[in-house]
Design a protein. Structure first.
Length: 322
């Protein structure tokens, strides 16, 4: 009998890739998404499959599931880019807290394992570098980003309390910057912004002086890590946060220059004021994932960017909205 996996946020960038990967591995998949930032087009190729079901629903309300013979719950529902999560900050923090609470209640009723897609944003503007899972972070609790940063920290708290008090098999993955096909062209994240601007020949917008750093993980590597974490039998994974990302740290100017070269673009770099609470350095220490899950990213930055540029070029040529 096939295992059934529930993916909240399953029509989003990461969620849709996860649905594909789970189906390839023989799972029955229920994709739950309100389509506020996810896109039906990301999962349209799965419609009509007997092992896939899409439910349009809001995770801040009790989840209306046709069945609850679940083995796995992947809790991914939440806008992940500042332009989206700051558009409706109250909805963002409700999605993080109430949405996680609703998913945990289903895990408790069904005995399913649950994995939370948390974020490197729980570290805020870190005073420790690179960031280890033991670092408590440097987050502004009342800043413009706090609906997301503190929302994810609250979601982690819920996961741990359900684990400690009720024995839930809870797994927490702190995801660092991830990129790849199916990113929305208007989601406001660095890679998608730069690629669209480069292809169109527009000025490439850099916030701050461009010397701030990020480390970018290709989506296929991240999805493989999520599935490994869900399927791991290691007791060290249950109830302990795990960093996942690519430790190849680059400045924002470096990323822009590589994209201009790969896209053969004539875009110029323009600099604007850095947004409030924007982290200066961000890079994961992934030693725990390497030791416990035998996981490391494999796709090099330039290769991943080439694939992503090709995806965006095709979408823009087709004049397709996504």
């Amino acid at each position: 009998m096939k295992k059934t996996a529930l993916v909240t946020g399953g029509a989003g960038f990461l969620g849709s890739h996860l649905c594909d990967a789970l189906l390839e591995r023989g799972r029955q998949v229920i994709c739950y998404d309100d389509l506020s930032t996810g896109a039906r087009g990301n999962i349209a190729h799965l419609f009509g499959r007997r092992d896939f079901e899409f439910i349009q629903g809001d995770v801040t309300k009790p989840l209306d599931l046709p069945k609850e013979d679940l083995a796995e719950i992947y809790s991914l529902a939440c806008p992940a880019s500042p332009i989206h999560y700051q558009r409706d900050p109250i909805k963002t923090i409700k999605t993080n807290f109430v949405g996680t609470l609703n998913a945990l209640d289903i895990a408790y009723r069904t005995g399913a394992k649950i994995l939370l897609a948390s974020t490197s944003e729980v570290y805020g503007d870190p005073a420790e570098h690179p960031q280890q899972e033991s670092y408590w972070g440097n987050v502004n609790p009342v800043g413009l980003r706090s609906c997301y940063d503190e929302g994810k920290r609250a979601a982690e708290c819920l996961m741990m309390d359900y684990h400690r008090q009720l024995g839930i098999d809870a797994r927490i993955i702190r995801i660092f910057n991830t990129y790849g096909p199916k990113m929305a062209k208007n989601d406001g994240r660095v890679v998608s912004n730069f690629i669209v601007q480069a292809i169109l020949g527009d000025d490439m917008t850099i916030y701050g002086d461009g010397r701030q750093t990020r480390s970018f993980c290709y989506v296929d590597d991240l999805i493989e890590g999520l599935i490994l974490a869900m399927n791991s039998d290691s007791e060290r994974i249950i109830g302990n946060p795990v960093n996942m990302g690519n430790p190849d740290e680059r400045t924002i100017i470096d990323i822009a220059s590589i994209i201009i070269r790969l896209a053969r673009s004539k875009s110029r770099l323009v600099f604007k004021e850095l947004p409030s609470d924007d982290p200066q350095r961000r890079s994961p220490d992934i030693a725990f994932a390497q030791r416990t899950l035998k996981w490391s990213p494999r796709v090099a930055l330039e290769e991943g960017l080439k694939r992503t540029i090709e995806y965006f070029q095709k979408k823009l040529e087709e004049r397709e909205e996504w």
